[in-house]
Design a protein around this ligand. Structure first.
Ligand code: SF4
Length: 228
């Protein structure tokens, strides 16, 4: 008779296989729709594969900016780019004054390569984001010579734009507000109440329905959970 741990292991592995298979279908359908909407879109089985693509595309970029992204942090992209000697434009951190931060944000708008996650991507191929300042969603639409957006499978929304916006406010708003120490109700409760707080981080909603006309915008859809 097989031992209990072996049976458990087999169940876990079968569960993973089926979950991955389902998400693969979701990712592939999303890539197909993104392409139909004129984006350059690629399916990546793993975050490692997506990172390799980014590193290859970064080879000829001198200035690189990143939208605050837990997806990119999880992929350890910045560490790799720094090793390559790339200039990473970071607007916040120890020793950076508010004036310097603003100057860097302006430079981010015209960098060689802009990298970001996305708050949501619909199965119909729309990129939906909510931003506070605009220096993350702005360069997605225009400015940098090239932009690469990474969408983990957990960002796929099989529904309308309204559903995507709700997903962002429910799933991304509260943890982001908490991570950034904003004084918002969601940072305390974990729930969005569409607040009217001065610290509100949900100020700009962008929907990219088609690839912006003059931008080299690529989307990597990854069959792994990345960010939130
Ligand atoms: S609207 Fe307010 S409460 Fe809702 S996620 Fe945004 S900051 Fe949080």
């Amino acid at each position: 008779m097989k031992s209990q741990p072996i049976i458990q292991e087999k169940i876990m592995s079968k569960t993973k296989e089926l979950v991955d298979w389902t998400f693969e279908k979701n990712c592939l359908a999303t890539v197909k729709a993104l392409k139909k909407n004129e984006f350059t879109a690629l399916y990546c089985q793993t975050a490692k594969e997506a990172r390799k693509y980014i590193i290859r595309e970064a080879a000829d970029a001198e200035t690189i900016a990143m939208g605050g992204s837990m997806t990119l942090s999880a992929m350890k992209v910045a560490e790799q780019l720094k090793k390559m000697g790339k200039e990473i434009l970071v607007s916040k951190g120890p020793g950076i004054t508010p004036e310097e931060g603003m100057a860097i944000r302006r430079r981010q708008l015209s960098c060689d390569l802009f990298l970001s996650g996305t708050n949501a991507v619909t199965v119909s191929g729309y990129l939906v984001n909510i931003d506070n300042t605009g220096n993350r969603v702005g360069p997605m639409a225009f400015g940098p010579k090239k932009a690469i957006i990474v969408a983990g499978r957990n960002k796929i929304v099989d529904g309308s734009i309204e559903t995507a916006i709700q997903r962002i406010k429910d799933r991304a708003g509260p943890p982001n507000a908490k991570r950034l120490n904003y004084d918002t109700p969601c940072a305390a409760t974990g729930f969005c109440n569409d607040c009217n707080s001065p610290g509100r981080i949900c100020r700009i909603i962008t929907i990219l329905e088609r690839k912006p006309k003059r931008s080299d915008l690529r989307v990597l859809v990854v069959n792994e959970d990345l960010g939130f």
